[in-house]
Design a protein around this ligand. Structure first.
Ligand code: DQA
Length: 148
């Protein structure tokens, strides 16, 4: 299986950003442990982070011709505001898992609304950075491979 791991705005600051909420692991730590896990499960994994909505959308569009079987995405604040991101994910028709490090439902009201969850295969939140690894294991072992 071929997995694309996407991280949205401000997640490049992981490790130093609000550590009580997001923990001490850096994005590089997350990407490295994600790659190691995917490899051990016989899956390939490519990671991409951007602070720009359009770049995230372009990366999702590119996945269409790359044989990506699943997208794991932490859309960060775009979760709560981006119809364009929702349209991109539904437009490419690649199954995706929405991951949040924090339990967004325990936080401000504006974080309770997601423009993506009703289109996601699965939603993980509140597991800390372990949530990425849970998503990878699930995609690598449970999700049906894309038909050629
Ligand atoms: C987040 C939760 C979002 O509400 C927030 O804007 C983020 C990170 C999380 O991983 O918990 O940037 O997606």
């Amino acid at each position: 299986k071929s997995i694309l791991l996407l991280n949205g705005p401000n997640l490049n600051l992981l490790g130093s950003r609000e550590p009580l909420i997001y923990g001490h692991e850096t994005l590089s730590d997350v990407e490295a442990s994600s790659l190691a896990l995917a490899t051990s499960l016989g899956a390939s994994l490519v990671s991409f982070q951007t602070n720009h909505e359009g770049k995230l959308i372009d990366r999702i569009h590119a996945a269409r011709t790359e044989g990506i079987d699943a997208i794991i995405i932490n859309p960060a604040a775009f979760t709560h505001q981006s119809i364009a991101l929702r349209d991109a994910l539904t437009g490419v028709n690649i199954p995706f898992v929405e991951v949040h490090i924090s339990n967004v439902h325990k936080r401000e009201e504006f974080r309770h609304k997601s423009y993506l969850s009703d289109k996601a295969q699965a939603v993980i939140c509140g597991m800390g950075t372990f949530g990425y690894r849970a998503a990878i294991e699930w995609c690598a072992t449970c999700l049906e491979a894309k038909q050629a």
